[in-house]
Ligand binder design. Structure first.
Ligand code: MN
Length: 288
């Protein structure tokens, strides 16, 4: 199943290049009062929602996917966990280029660990990336983003994939410079998730997926998730050894080689096999 969020919090079931409005199904989600649970409710209740979505799709208005302004399919992730330098060739490129490493030591992921991105940085592909430090180098990073489906506390690598609800294409946008990663990668709009959420059953094994990113048609990043240093099950197991993962938590699995700068006016096109393609416009944030 492929689920999108569009326009102003409508939900759609994606079928090829068409979308059926299934917003009515989301009325079945439990109502909460303060303090709200720190989970994504769509993901936490996905098993209950699936039949309701299928029923709503039979009546739902039909749209062309290309006409919709897509928001992040995960509306309320509790945390965004991200893997630094998780492809060998990207590690080599980062260590070899002062414009990427900025005298920061670029260590192996096993030594550096994971980092967190602010949840306020999340947008959908239709919302675009807004640069607020356009005088600095702002880079694209395409990543397979996985969404945790159920509470995961110290899970084994062998069991890890059973905790995945599904996948999105992720962009981990980054300002290059000497500051901590969590600062340089947490600007508003710097975590793009899209184009929609694909349930895990449609992907199967996430270890052989082609990724490609172009900027205004120029090929920048071409890779395959088989070249991840720590694969998806290892990332989940390792992350859950430090903190409990909750439904809707997102893990950005790391970017391959070929990172490079974007400028206002560029369009990033990101594709991951079995998920789809998304176009993301880059702009400079208007001054206040
Ligand atoms: Mn990254």
């Amino acid at each position: 199943m492929r689920i999108c969020r569009f326009d102003d919090n409508k939900f759609g079931l994606v079928e090829g290049d068409q979308v059926r409005d299934v917003t009515a199904a989301f009325g079945k989600l439990p109502q909460h009062a303060y303090p709200f649970p720190r989970v994504d409710l769509m993901i936490a209740h996905l098993d209950m929602l699936k039949p309701a979505i299928e029923a709503a799709a039979r009546e739902g208005k039909v749209y062309a996917l290309k006409d919709l302004r897509l928001q992040s399919p995960i509306a309320n992730p509790g945390k965004i966990v991200a893997a630094p330098v998780n492809y060998k060739k990207h590690l080599d490129e980062a260590r070899g280029d002062p414009a990427i490493h900025h005298q920061n030591q670029v260590g192996e992921i096993q030594k550096v660990g994971l980092f967190l991105k602010a949840t306020s940085s999340v947008v959908g592909c239709g919302e675009g990336v807004a640069m607020r430090h356009a005088d600095r180098r702002n880079d694209h990073e395409i990543e397979l983003a996985l969404v945790i489906g159920k509470t995961a506390d110290r899970v084994s690598r062998e069991d890890a994939l059973s905790y995945v609800a599904g996948y999105c294409i992720g962009l981990d946008m980054t300002i290059r410079g000497p500051e901590e990663r969590s600062l340089r990668k947490s600007l508003d709009t710097f975590t793009v998730l899209g184009p929609y959420f694909v349930t895990a059953d449609e992907i199967g094994d996430p270890s052989g997926l082609d990724l490609e990113l172009t900027v205004d048609g120029e090929k920048r990043q071409v890779a395959n998730t088989r070249d991840l240093i720590l694969d998806v099950p290892t990332l989940i197991s390792w992350a859950s050894s430090f903190y409990t993962l909750h439904p809707g938590d997102v893990i950005m699995s790391g970017t391959p080689e070929g990172v490079g700068p974007v400028l206002p006016g560029n369009t990033i096109r990101a594709t991951i096999a079995k998920i789809g393609t998304m176009d993301v416009a880059v702009r400079e944030l208007a001054p206040r």
